[in-house]
Ligand binder design. Structure first.
Ligand code: PNW
Length: 468
């Protein structure tokens, strides 16, 4: 089974998770600085103050990607680095400009995400995503950074996983800014959608016409009882997919949440603005989700992976139970099931035809250990990547138009509420020295890319790492 010519193999990261240098060169605090410095919010009190020190080690990290042979690198831009306090900061812009040049010098296409959850704290203080004005500020930021990098960035992504921003940040409170208001979360979702549409339009006016425009969603691949699936699908998938792809907000979502809001925060013209044309839809997939209707009496299962707090991120799904799925599990406790990958890609292919897809994140955390010879024998990560890439291959063979695959992540990094305790990297990072070590999965991925994915999924492919 082969992958199409020109299929884009890459790795992904995000600014707050890797950069560090939180107070350097004029960067202002973001909601994640505030949240991580608030006791009890992040495991072990970890913060992104230093992270992997990528802000100083970026050249070495690009060199590693060149050795991996990736065709593209998906990174995110820190809004509070380039526009602290709303004022352009040349030093912050220069950091990304140098990074982009270095990538291009190594033949690596820059895939830039404008927003991977690090909202400037002053924008949160002015109301954050529940406030309509945040969408407009986001479009202004897109215009600024588009002018600075627009001649060189290959693919622009407005938002990463707006579901997490809206519902983990404003409903469950387990992500920054840590608020727990279900109506605020719905407003946040709408203003993220609107911000996406306005930013997409702003970028198109200032960047190279050849650039591609995208957004990345973490879609839930749902299984289980029809009614439970429908409800969760509405408030986690279709709340973004439908308006972004020109269908407006789903009627069933409005009905499910009618006791909370009349949706009057959606104004005339908003849905048209959100439907700005997309060249590619980014899909992040890690695990499937199994749901059923809760009988209201027996102890409720909480297998949705983010119930550290009491509040649910699934607004309007009060009678849904998130069922425990069979293992094996990653270190996140997420079940490993690659059939959700092709299932999800094929669902999108069928129900939203005509939109090219790109897997912008996929990967796994495991409790890696350094072997005596200094290597990292992470064979479970190799198997995870192999099986999920094989699933992407199956989806393509069945007709889905998938343009690329990005492994999450290039490096071990700051895993949000879990701090540094969860390691997703192909490359190990030692804390606090920042020293990098290639895991076996990095060598394996290098070979897979070198062969354009040939043989992955063949019955005789055991994922053997061919050596350093
Ligand atoms: C994604 N959930 O996060 C993000 O885009 C990455 O920054 C992150 O490191 C990666 O996946 C691994 O977690 C998610 O609770 C975080 O459903 C949490 C959830 C989903 C995605």
């Amino acid at each position: 089974m082969g992958f199409p010519d020109g299929f884009l193999w890459g790795t992904a990261t995000a600014s707050y998770q890797i950069e560090g240098a939180a107070a350097e060169d004029g960067r202002a605090p973001s909601i994640w600085d505030t949240f991580s410095r608030t006791p009890g919010k992040v495991l072990d009190g970890d913060t992104g103050d230093v992270a992997t020190d990528h802000y100083h080690r970026w050249r070495e990290d690009v060199a590693a990607m060149a050795r991996l042979g990736v065709g593209a690198y998906r990174f995110s831009i820190s809004w509070s680095r380039v526009l602290p306090g709303g004022v352009p900061n040349q030093k912050g812009i220069d950091f990304y400009s140098r990074l982009v040049d270095e990538l291009l010098d190594h033949g690596i296409a820059p895939v830039a995400t404008l927003y991977h959850w690090d909202l400037p704290q002053d924008v949160e203080d002015a109301g954050g995503w529940p406030a309509r004005d945040t969408a407009k500020r986001f479009a202004d930021y897109a215009d600024r950074i588009g002018r600075a990098l627009g001649d060189r960035v290959h693919t622009w992504t407005t938002l990463n996983e707006p579901w997490c921003s809206a519902f983990l940040g404003y409903a469950a409170g387990v992500h920054a800014p840590g608020r727990t208001g279900p109506v605020d979360a719905l407003k946040a979702a709408h203003h993220l959608n609107l911000g996406h549409g306005l930013a997409n339009r702003a970028l198109r006016e200032v960047v190279a016409p050849s650039a591609l425009h995208s957004v990345t969603l973490n879609l839930h691949h749902l299984r289980g009882e029809d009614e439970a699936v429908r409800r969760v699908d509405a408030v986690s998938n279709r709340v973004f997919l439908d308006p972004m792809l020109g269908r407006g907000y789903p009627g069933d979502l409005k009905r499910d949440t009618a006791d909370l809001t009349d949706w009057s925060f959606v104004r005339d013209g908003d849905e048209a603005a959100i439907a700005a044309p997309l060249d590619v839809l980014g899909v992040n997939y890690y695990s499937p989700t199994l749901v059923r209707t809760w009988d209201g009496t027996s102890p409720r299962e909480h297998a949705d992976g983010h119930r550290q707090g009491a509040a649910t991120p699934f607004v309007g799904c009060g009678d849904v139970e998130f069922a425990v799925q069979p293992g094996p599990y990653t270190a996140m406790g997420w079940p490993i099931d690659a059939t959700g990958m092709d299932g999800l890609l094929l669902r999108l292919h069928r129900e939203y035809p005509g939109v090219p897809l790109m897997v912008t994140e996929n990967g796994a955390a495991f409790d890696d250990e350094v072997a005596e010879d200094g290597g990292v024998r992470d064979e479970r990560r190799v198997a995870y990547l192999r099986d999920h890439i094989a699933a992407v291959g199956r989806a393509i063979a069945a007709g889905a138009d998938v343009r690329g695959y990005f492994a999450w992540s290039l490096l071990d990094n700051f895993e949000w509420a879990y701090g540094y305790s969860k390691r997703f990297g192909l490359i190990r990072v030692d804390y606090p020295t920042g020293e990098r070590t290639w895991k076996d999965s990095a060598f394996w991925y290098r070979d897979a890319i070198g062969a354009n994915g040939a043989r992955i999924g063949d019955p005789d492919d055991d994922g053997t790492v061919r050596g350093q």
